[in-house]
Write a protein that binds this ligand. Structure first.
Ligand SMILES: Nc1ncnc2c1ncn2[C@@H]1O[C@H](COP(=O)(O)OP(=O)(O)OP(=O)(O)O)[C@@H](O)[C@H]1O
Length: 242
């Protein structure tokens, strides 16, 4: 069993005093591909927001590489849900990808030639280089998601958080994203992905956190992905799960 790169202790989250995640203890294993699953409204996105300090915690602590998020920001890439982003914002594809470099820029905050090269290499990896001067508002869903992936590649982070990256994307983009998760793992990184499709858990991930307002189960996919746990999380169980 690998060591934990993220430790979540007693994490509770709420909106306007309405609790949505209760007393979560979670360990994310270093170098894993971890899926977070749970029914609608289970608190999956809110968990990511708690770990990343995007929404304030009601209580609890989060340690990333043993430190607070403030001290490891550079090491963390976040790919939010595509539909939570204002895609009408006037920006070119290359500008969005360059944002991945901002955490690495010095105090002048101006991207250098090397940053442009890295941004272009990142677009090339996901077959989007020819779109680099396009406005993001003109892209399809799958292409938008790939631009987000390129931004994350450009950041060269150690930990990648993704919130339903496969929602509404075409098969080709799904493949690009899954290859990216494997590449992260090969290079020693860790990915944490909110995921909906139960049929692909075993193929795409090696670790799992099952949520339903609190943690229902966590561990290796081979150990916790079973009918009993899915039922405990009130998830609809289809065919094919023993
Ligand atoms: N900004 C917000 N203000 C108030 N309530 C919110 C807010 N965001 C989420 N909630 C509520 O918190 C609960 C958990 O939401 P969250 O988005 O974390 O769930 P989820 O597991 O990601 O769901 P889904 O699978 O539907 O995306 C839901 O009941 C949701 O309605």
């Amino acid at each position: 069993m690998g060591k934990n790169i993220i430790e979540v202790e007693h994490l509770s989250m709420a909106y306007d005093d309405k609790p949505v995640l209760w007393d979560a203890h979670i360990g994310i294993v270093e170098n894993s591909r971890t899926a977070i699953i749970g029914p609608n409204g289970a608190g999956k996105t809110t968990l990511l927001k708690g770990i990343l300090n995007i929404h304030p915690k009601l209580s609890g602590e989060v340690y990333i590489m043993g430190k607070s998020i403030r001290d490891v920001k550079r090491e963390i890439a976040y790919i939010p849900q595509s539909n939570s982003v204002n895609w009408n914002f006037p920006a070119r594809v290359i500008d969005v990808v360059l944002m991945g470099r901002y955490v690495h820029l010095g105090w002048i905050k101006r991207p250098k030639k090397r940053d442009y090269e890295i941004a272009e290499e990142s677009l090339e990896k996901i077959n989007m280089l020819e779109y680099k001067d396009r406005q993001i508002s003109q892209l399809s869903e799958g292409q938008k998601q790939r631009v987000f992936i390129a931004r994350a590649i450009a950041q060269k982070a150690a930990i990648y958080f993704m919130d339903e990256p496969l929602a509404g994307v075409d098969k080709k983009t799904e493949k690009v994203i899954m290859n990216f998760l494997k590449e992260i793992q090969r290079e020693g990184g860790t990915s944490i992905v909110v995921h909906h499709d139960l049929n692909t858990i075993g193929e795409y991930f090696d670790h799992l956190v099952i949520l339903n307002k609190s943690v229902v189960a966590q561990g290796k996919v081979s150990e916790v992905y079973n009918r009993e746990n899915l039922e405990r999380a009130s998830m609809v169980v289809g065919d094919g799960i023993d």
